[in-house]
Write a protein of this length. Structure first.
Length: 131
């Protein structure tokens, strides 16, 4: 980071914070397969992870979640969970979307997919198109 611009550093820091939030959501599911974030303001279930001066807003959705998705997405199918983590540093926003399977018989939690979402999140050049 010695010669990197502030924007580049902020974008990478936002990505690191968002990834930490997603991993925290995964850890919560590993510790408690029935983990659901308590209902908060606006009927949305968001868990906040603070890392120094940065924060990640983490949403953990299961089939039996008591809250709808903050993005209006459908709840996951039975035996799966969605973990969405958003972070912003100096206006650079990053989002991590993780899909996991939960085997209720063995207790195994396995990552199915993990992706970084940039669409509408600034700090990257996509030429006006979804990244």
């Amino acid at each position: 980071f010695v010669h990197a611009t502030y924007g580049y550093q902020a974008a990478n820091r936002a990505l690191a914070v968002a990834l930490a939030g997603a991993n925290d959501g995964l850890l919560q599911l590993v510790k408690n397969r029935n983990f659901n974030v308590p209902k908060g303001i606006g009927n949305v279930c968001i868990h906040t992870l603070t890392l120094g001066e940065d924060t990640a807003n983490v949403e953990v959705l299961q089939t039996d979640s008591t809250c709808p998705s903050a993005d209006g997405l459908p709840l996951p199918p039975k035996g799966q969970a969605y973990i969405n983590s958003d972070a912003s540093v100096l206006g650079r926003r990053r989002r991590i979307e993780m899909k996991v399977s939960i085997n209720r018989g063995t207790g195994e939690v396995q990552i199915i997919s993990l992706k970084q979402k940039l669409e509408g999140y600034g700090g990257g050049s996509c030429g006006g198109q979804p990244c």
